[in-house]
Every structure is written in structure tokens, then in C-alpha cells.
Write a protein that binds this ligand. Structure first.
Ligand SMILES: NC(=O)c1ccc[n+]([C@@H]2O[C@H](COP(=O)([O-])OP(=O)(O)OC[C@H]3O[C@@H](n4cnc5c(N)ncnc54)[C@H](OP(=O)(O)O)[C@@H]3O)[C@@H](O)[C@H]2O)c1
Length: 174
């Protein structure tokens, strides 16, 4: 991300939202902005604009760029929504799915944990097999596809620290 796209100029609290070009991230950016956060959002392949949101392109699978993003943005909190959320794509591109859906959240959570930055990431109810719904957070996972398997691995791999929170999403698109 280029410095002039990301550097906040005032002392407002800064929220970094990854995946701002995606369904969840795009909506979260606007909610956070309305709540008074200075919002910095990221996209990868799909450039987006949002009023009063600073946006920058990044491939989060590049660990050095990820570190540099945190150095430049200096967020007070990170909500990580970037992912490959297409289960069929994950099934046929499992290496890419593993990089984006496992390595990226684990690495980003680790960097945030080291810096004491509150970090929230999004998982999915597809970590469960669907046989015993409704599920509780503490129920054992049993994914039936690569997407669910990788999300479950990400849940396991993020560091267990007080500033790290996970959230399982159920499908939200209309
Ligand atoms: N929406 C739902 O119903 C639902 C249900 C269950 C769980 N979830 C979870 O909620 C989160 C958000 O889902 P969503 O529906 O908003 O996903 P989405 O619309 O597919 O958006 C995915 C976002 O991730 C970004 N991204 C993908 N690869 C990237 C990379 N290598 N580097 C940087 N950014 C990258 C995309 O950027 P570009 O488009 O710019 O390339 C896009 O902004 C995901 O973790 C998903 O698994 C969503």
C-alpha cells in the first residue's frame, strides 16, 4: 500500500478492514466510519472507492507487504474479512485457498498479537458438517469441504491471546 493512501493525518482511532472490496468488508467500512473511526480498507483485484475511507491495494499473501501495511497504517484495531469465500473455487484451488484462508489470517493475527493490536477475523459455519445444527461455538468442527477445512485450520492457528477474537459467519448475502 502506498503511504499517501494509508497515512492518517489526525489522531482519530484507526480501524483497518481487510477485504474492503468484498461483501462484508465493504459494509463494515461504512458502519465503522459512521461510528467515528478513521477507516483504512484494503482490496486486492477489485479497486473500490468508499466515501471517507482510505483504500489501498495489497496482496495479503505477501508477508513483507503485510508487515509494511501495519507499519504504515498503525491501526488501533484490525478486522480481517479478506478471504477466498467461494467454496467451489477453494475445492479446485486448495493451495491458493490454504495460502489465503489459513496462512494469511494466522500471519496477520500473529503480527497483531505481537503489537497488541485487537484483531477480529471471520470464519464460517461450514467448519461444521451440518448434521447436528444448531451449533454452539464450542462444538467440535467437522468440515466437509476444503473451504471449511481451511477455515477450521485458521481458527486453530491464530494465536490464543487476549486481543484476538474469531467470529463464525453464517451466509449473509441476499
Ligand atoms: N458473506 C457470507 O455470507 C459469509 C458467510 C460465511 C463466512 N463468511 C466469511 O466472511 C469473510 C468475508 O466474506 P465475503 O462474503 O465478504 O467475501 P468476498 O465478498 O468474496 O470478499 C473477499 C475479499 O477478500 C479479498 N481478497 C481475496 N484474496 C486476497 C488476497 N490475496 N489479498 C488481499 N485481499 C484478498 C478480496 O479482494 P478483491 O475482490 O479486491 O480481490 C475481497 O475484498 C470471509 O472470511 C468469509 O469466509 C462470509
Amino acid at each position: 500500500m502506498a503511504p499517501n493512501e494509508t497515512r492518517p493525518e489526525s489522531q482519530e482511532r484507526t480501524l483497518l478492514v481487510t477485504g474492503a472490496s468484498g461483501f462484508l468488508g465493504w459494509n463494515l467500512c461504512q458502519v465503522a466510519r459512521r461510528q467515528g473511526w478513521r477507516v483504512v480498507g484494503t482490496f486486492h483485484r477489485t479497486p473500490v472507492t468508499l466515501p471517507e475511507v482510505l483504500l489501498g491495494r495489497i496482496d495479503l499473501t505477501d508477508f513483507r507487504d503485510m508487515k509494511e501495511m501495519l507499519r504504515q497504517v498503525r491501526p488501533d484495531g484490525v478486522i480481517h474479512t479478506a478471504a477466498i469465500a467461494d467454496a467451489n473455487f477453494c475445492q479446485s484451488h486448495w493451495r491458493e485457498s490454504r495460502r489465503v484462508n489459513v496462512e494469511v489470517p494466522v500471519n496477520l493475527a500473529g503480527l497483531c498479537a505481537d503489537r497488541g493490536i485487537p484483531f477480529v477475523f471471520t470464519s464460517t459455519d461450514l467448519v461444521f458438517d451440518g448434521e447436528h445444527a444448531p451449533y454452539r461455538e464450542e462444538d467440535p468442527v467437522g468440515p466437509l469441504n476444503v473451504y471449511g477445512e481451511h477455515k477450521a485450520l485458521a481458527e486453530e492457528g491464530v494465536p490464543a491471546r487476549p486481543n484476538i477474537r474469531g467470529r463464525r459467519q453464517t451466509p449473509a448475502r441476499g
